[in-house]
Design a protein around this ligand. Structure first.
Ligand code: LLP
Length: 386
């Protein structure tokens, strides 16, 4: 969301590339850390959203911890200089070698997603002569009212352990000698814009925490996950997401006996600071009258529209033509779903124009692929543009 005054300077870089507004990232971090301090909340950044080293540097400097979803993400966080005591590791399918690696690094907690996984962590910790702190990721069965591709906390989901199972196997869990249940973890989905969902989450979390406590499970923290959504429709209206709303709701409705409350935001921290800049290659009109613009980016740089039907606002940065037209913006990959948007109105757009695909800082570069042997996209940072 960089000032449009800079657009001419973008011509100096080969497209497609991710453009990161580092000032906006720093403003976002100042806001989230300031509010978290006021409430006494602990915030981890979900590194899966974007693992760019310069972005990680700013996040580390801000003091946030890190939420990882693989052994390589743990390694990446450590290489970026994060303190292992600020790293948590969740994921439904942790391999033994990843668990061993995380344990050897002395990370803060492993958030376990099945009772069987608890036993595996217990056995590996025993081999290493350690007692590992774990969080129980419990599936609270809540509809996050978001895109069904990215909801994770409904009863039928692959994520987390069912609350009923935790209750019925509580003695088995308590009997494990090399894991200590240090926390309860809930994460119900992503891109949540209906704030009432977080209130439901608190109500469920209160009941879960009270019941587990009454069953004699003593744990220190409650992690309510991430999920705070951003404004993809008109990003300029909300460059810094509504952290205050979710924090106020959790402060008001979550009652977990004074235990520290943790969050794990990914998208809300980095989505708005990234844009995908792409050049127009070709214009063509189909026999049906559809006007295509073929750009030099594709689903290999930004897969969200093809994978989830996700919307990203697109703007022509350089059009000098008068008048507007309706276009379908398609990428270069050999896939029919490789379309960024359909039937959008833009100023008359021609070969060589630069388009920006906005709000692409989260789950953009981190989900890039080399399909069709495309090169991975490069990054350009606002700090380096002068
Ligand atoms: N914590 C856990 C355990 C998670 O699985 C996730 C995201 C987060 C935190 C961060 O969630 P956020 O604050 O970013 O909503 N690729 C999809 C999103 C997948 C989210 C996966 N888990 C997308 O592009 O929309």
């Amino acid at each position: 969301m960089l000032s449009r005054d800079l657009k001419d300077r973008l011509r100096a870089y080969e497209t497609p590339f991710y453009l990161y507004d580092m000032d906006l990232l720093r403003r976002t971090l100042t806001r989230v850390t300031g509010l978290a301090r006021e409430h006494g909340f602990v915030v981890h950044y979900a590194i899966k959203a974007n693992f760019d080293p310069r972005i990680l540097y700013e996040i580390k400097e801000s003091g946030l911890g890190i939420d990882c979803a693989s052994g390589n993400e743990v390694r990446c966080a450590l290489e970026a200089g994060f303190d292992p005591r600020k790293i948590v590791y969740a994921g439904v399918g942790k391999r033994d070698k990843e668990i061993r690696y995380a344990l050897e690094q002395g990370i803060f907690a492993i958030n376990c997603e099945s009772v069987q996984e608890l036993h595996v962590v217990d056995a590996i910790a025993a081999e290493l002569g350690k007692v590992q702190d774990v969080g129980l990721r419990i599936n609270p069965d809540i509809d996050p009212r978001t895109n069904s591709c990215i909801d994770t906390g409904q009863a039928d989901s692959k994520f987390g352990i069912s609350y009923e199972e935790v209750v019925s196997r509580i003695d088995e869990i308590k009997a494990l000698r090399n894991v200590r249940v240090a926390g309860v973890h809930l994460h119900i989905g992503s891109q949540i814009r209906d704030m009432q969902v977080f209130e439901y989450l608190c109500v469920k979390a209160n009941a879960i925490v009270a019941r587990l406590t009454s069953l004699g499970l003593y744990f220190d923290f409650v992690d309510v996950g991430g999920g705070l959504g951003v404004n993809y429709d008109i990003p300029e209206r909300e460059p810094v997401p509504a952290f205050e709303s979710v924090f106020d709701i959790v402060a008001k409705h979550l009652d977990v006996g004074g235990r520290p409350v943790h969050f794990e935001f990914g998208r809300a921290i980095v989505a708005q600071c990234g844009e995908l800049i792409t050049s127009v290659l070709y214009n063509k009109t189909t026999a049906t009258g559809r006007k295509y613009i073929i750009v030099d980016a594709s689903m290999t740089e930004l897969i969200r529209p093809a994978l989830y039907g996700a919307y990203h606002d697109i703007e022509n940065l350089t059009s000098s033509a008068t008048g507007h037209d309706r276009y379908t913006i398609a990428g270069t990959a050999c896939e029919s779903t490789d379309v960024f948007d359909e039937g959008i109105t833009l100023p008359v757009t021609r070969r060589g124009d630069l388009l920006t695909i906005k709000s692409a800082g989260a789950y953009g570069m981190s989900m890039a692929s080399r399909y069709n042997l495309h090169d991975l996209p490069r990054a350009v940072y606002s700090d380096d543009i002068n």
